[in-house]
Structure formats: C-alpha cells, structure tokens
Design a protein around this ligand. Structure first.
Ligand SMILES: Cc1cc2nc3c(=O)[nH]c(=O)nc-3n(C[C@H](O)[C@H](O)[C@H](O)COP(=O)(O)OP(=O)(O)OC[C@H]3O[C@@H](n4cnc5c(N)ncnc54)[C@H](O)[C@@H]3O)c2cc1C
Length: 478
C-alpha cells in the first residue's frame, strides 16, 4: 500500500487530492494536511473586499469532500519534512502534540507566504495597507473600504490606492480586478466623484502581469494589453502609476522608487497592496537531524526546486522553453513534488529590471489558480502512474500551458463587465511561435464585455461544484 501526503489544499493541492483520492483512495493511504478546515475560492475574495459577496460563499468544508474520496484529512500546519525518513511532522489545530505522517510520495502545495515584512509599514498587521489574499484579510479590507465609503457619503474626498506593494510582487491581476470592482461599486453607491482611484504597480508596462504582457489582433489591428487596460482605465478615470517599486509605507503615504531611480510617494486614505510572495516556511530535516533545505528549496524565494533548469541568464531562459519544469519533481528527492505557487520557477517571464539604486522592478511569474490546478492534476496523475506502473506518463510545462483569466470589472449581471484574457502559452515559446510574442496568435485573445461578468459568476459556481467533487467534476477543466 502506497502512502501519499499532500501539504496544502488550495487550487494545486486540493485538485491533486481529488485525483489521488479518485484513483488511489480505496487501496492506498492519501493524507492531506491543510492549515484551515476549508477550501477557499480565492478569486471571489475580490467581491468580499467590496461587500458584494458573503465570505462563506467562497468556502466549503474539506473534511466532507475528502470522506467521499477516501482521503484522510488533518486540519493543521505541517512544520517539518524529513525527506530521508519520508515523513512529515504536523501540528493539528487545537492539539498540543504533533503527529507524524509517513509518505512514499509527497506533494508540497503550500501556496505563498505573504511577505508583508519585505515592505516596511505595509500590511494588515501594521494597519497601514490592507490585503484581499485570505478571507480574514478580505474582511478587514472590506471594513476599511466601507469606512472610506462612509466618509465619501458624508462629503469627504478619499484617495484609494490599489496595486502591488513590492518591486518583486506578482498577482497584479488580483489588484486590477479589485480596483475596477471598487470603481463600479463606488458608482453604484453614487460616490465615485468623491474618490481618486490610483493603480500603483511594479509592472514595466500596464498589462504586463508578470507574463511579458500580450498583444492580440482586435478589430483589425494589433492591440497590446497596455492599450486595452489603458483604455479601460481612461474610461473608468483610474490613474495609473506604473514601474514603481514600493519601498515602505507610512500612515498617509506609500513610498516608492521608479525605474529611473527617482523616489516619490503616493498619498492614500485606503490602500490594498499585494505583497511579495515567498515559499511557506517549512523545515527540511535530514537523517541525522541536519538541515537539508538546500536540497529542496531555493534559498532566495524559499520555493521548492523541481525539474527546471535554474541559474540561466534571462536571455538564455527566454530561448529555452525546456528550462521550465515538466513534471514538478525535486531533483534530489525524486518522491517529492511541488505544485502551484510552491514550486520555484526557473526565472522571470517578464524581463527583469533593477533601477540605478538597486531596487528590483520585476513582477514575479504568476501561477494563477488555473495553472496551479493543472500542475496539481499533472503531479497527481504521475504519482498514480508511479504507484501503478513505476513510471510517469504526464507532463506539462508552463511553455505548453494555456491560461484563461477572467478579470471581473463589476459583478452586476446587468451593467457589470469582465476582461476575458486567454493566453497560450503562459510562458512565451519563441521556438514554436517565432513571432514577437512567442505565443499562438490565434488562441491568445482579449475581450471585454457584459458576457464576461456572467462567465465570471458561472466560473465561481462551476468551480465550487468541481472542487467539491460533485457529479461530473472531472470533465470540468482546471
Ligand atoms: C484576490 C485574488 C484574486 C485572484 N483571482 C484569480 C483569478 O481570477 N483567476 C486565477 O486563476 N487566479 C486568481 N488568483 C490567484 C490564485 O488564487 C492563486 O494562483 C492560487 O490560489 C494558488 O494556488 P496554490 O494551491 O498554489 O496556493 P493557495 O491557494 O494559497 O493554497 C495553499 C494552501 O496551503 C495551505 N498551507 C500553507 N502552508 C501550510 C502548512 N505549513 N501546512 C499546512 N497547510 C499549509 C494554505 O493554508 C492554503 O490552504 C487570485 C489571487 C488573489 C489573491
């Protein structure tokens, strides 16, 4: 009987757990360890943050789902991995003693550590800026946002700044969705004229998203994401400050440096800034109790190293799509895999940039929910292969992966909208697509309209259905 342990039940780990349970659950031992009791559908936290969705609607209980799939569940934190002894130490929530979970195969799918500390003065703990990355954060952000709305209703002018709070932050799509939803919400509340809305980002250009931007044929001409998002911002009267690496935050101002090395600040009354992401802290302990972290994680970003080619210069990486991992397997411990934000990418997708004062202005590669789910499935199916056939038959590099992003720009079914962005492949492959983009110009697509708002709602419902392992879950793509 094989033992499989999955740490983390987000898009990557939970998707993997469903496939593992479905294929191996009856005859083998699958255990998931996750900090909380619930799966959280993070994309809908954007709507929680403007009080347009109850937080309960973004979650469901994991235990019940795992029972159906013959998967053991520990709600608690994994603290140590012993790669030589092949076990994980975890502290179940509310317990005083830790437990040991043995494994033959381990999947690390712990998502990001939200590294607010990298930007002094930033984040909900300090109380200067807010976040919508977790349910408690989104609730706090909502309350602060509503406080600003009250002030506007009382006639006061407010400045709202939303964006990325570090030169190396990623996930700009979430910030973009939040700011456009804030715009629509303020319109609905009749106070839009009382608010200055600013999008502040480390992207080298608007619409870069850490994936080197995109351009698509639209109405007979090639349109870049910069022009596309720029037109939306013009229409919504959202100011943008791009190419800014936030260095610190004070009570009333966000301090940054730009690409030329100039420093400046942006005043705010309410601000939601996405922090830099690091790998979650886990101890990796060898046979004699020694630290073996250097065999498992990248020392800089703390993410798990897998079968990518690391250390290439950007120009080399750009020319080598095979440098991106295919099976997400650690090179030193072949039974350890990583998926989602937990795996270390071989380098950036957008060209890295450091300003004359050494401040990085390089959005890190995003691994969105869809990408994380796909990788979770690939890893799970390979573990099934290894258990049943002794060899892996699945692989998918981010240079072969399509990703759809539906960025909500107002949730109303009547006057809402969404930008539907389809990118293929996520990481440009200039070898296969020798155009300026390195992407398939037929599949890569951008569209804006009310239909997108319907799709975004539908996706919430469809994914909550799929991820609860309900009927037909497997035919709904990640
Ligand atoms: C506001 C917002 C909106 C977004 N919108 C979209 C969108 O529209 N479309 C899209 O595709 N993507 C979107 N994303 C990105 C998407 O949410 C992430 O890419 C995705 O959640 C990453 O999945 P993951 O499984 O790697 O990590 P996570 O979803 O973060 O899951 C990791 C899990 O591991 C658990 N964990 C961590 N450490 C431990 C430990 N030591 N022990 C046990 N458990 C642990 C965590 O509690 C968590 O449950 C959005 C992100 C944000 C913040």
């Amino acid at each position: 009987m094989a033992k499989v342990c999955v740490i983390g039940a987000g898009f990557a780990g939970h998707t993997a757990a469903l496939y593992l349970g479905d294929k191996l659950g009856r005859n083998h031992e699958i255990t998931v360890i996750n900090r909380g009791d619930n799966f959280v559908y993070i994309p809908s936290l954007v709507w929680v943050g403007i009080d347009r969705m109850d937080v309960e609607k973004t979650m469901f209980d994991l235990e019940g789902v795992y029972k159906k799939f013959n998967v053991n569940f520990i709600a608690g934190a994994a603290t140590e991995v012993h790669p030589d002894g092949q076990y994980v130490v975890a502290m179940p929530n509310g317990a005083t003693e830790s437990v040991q979970v043995d494994y033959d195969y381990l999947l690390v799918a712990t998502g990001p550590k939200l590294d607010f500390e990298a930007t002094p003065g930033m984040g909900p703990k300090v109380g200067n800026t807010w976040s919508i990355c977790t349910p408690p954060h989104a609730l706090e952000a909502r309350d602060q946002y509503l406080e600003s709305v009250h002030r506007m209703l009382a006639g006061e002018k407010q400045r709202i700044v939303i964006g990325a709070g570090h030169g190396a932050a990623t996930c700009q799509g979430a910030a973009l969705e939040y700011i456009t939803n804030v715009h629509k919400d303020l319109l609905r509340r009749g106070v839009r004229d009382k608010c200055d809305l600013t999008y502040l980002s480390n992207e080298p250009a608007l619409g870069d998203f850490g994936i080197r931007g995109l351009s698509v044929p639209m109405k007979g001409k090639i349109t870049s994401a910069e022009e596309f998002i720029g037109a939306v911002f013009k229409d919504y009267e959202i100011h943008s400050q791009i190419g800014r690496g936030v260095t610190s935050v004070d009570k009333n101002s966000i301090n940054w440096e730009d690409m030329q090395g100039n420093s400046g600040d942006t005043g705010y009354d309410f601000s939601m800034l996405i922090p830099r992401f690091l790998g979650q802290p886990l101890k990796f302990v060898g046979a004699d109790g020694e630290d073996v972290a250097d065999k498992v994680i990248n020392p800089v970003n703390k993410m798990v190293t897998v079968d990518g080619i690391y250390g290439l210069k950007y120009d080399e990486l750009e020319k080598n799509p095979d440098a991106w991992p295919a099976v997400y397997q650690n090179p030193n411990y072949s039974n350890i895999f990583a998926a989602g934000i937990a795996f270390a990418p071989p380098g950036p997708i957008s060209r890295p940039f450091i300003n004359p004062n050494g401040v990085p202005m390089s959005p890190a590669p995003p691994r969105t929910g869809m990408v994380s789910g796909i990788i979770g499935r690939v890893v799970a199916l390979n573990i099934v292969d290894l258990v049943q056939k002794g060899r892996m038959t699945h692989s998918e590099r981010m240079t072969e992966m399509a990703a759809a992003c539906i960025a909500s720009m107002g949730d109303s079914m009547w006057d809402g909208a969404a930008a539907v962005i389809m990118v293929y492949p996520v990481v440009p492959d200039n070898r296969k697509y020798p155009n300026e983009q390195g992407r398939d110009q037929f599949v890569t697509h951008m569209e804006m309209g009310l239909a997108g708002a319907w799709m975004k709602r539908m996706i919430h419902t469809t994914f909550m259905h799929k991820l609860q392992g309900r009927i037909g879950w497997k035919i709904i793509p990640e």
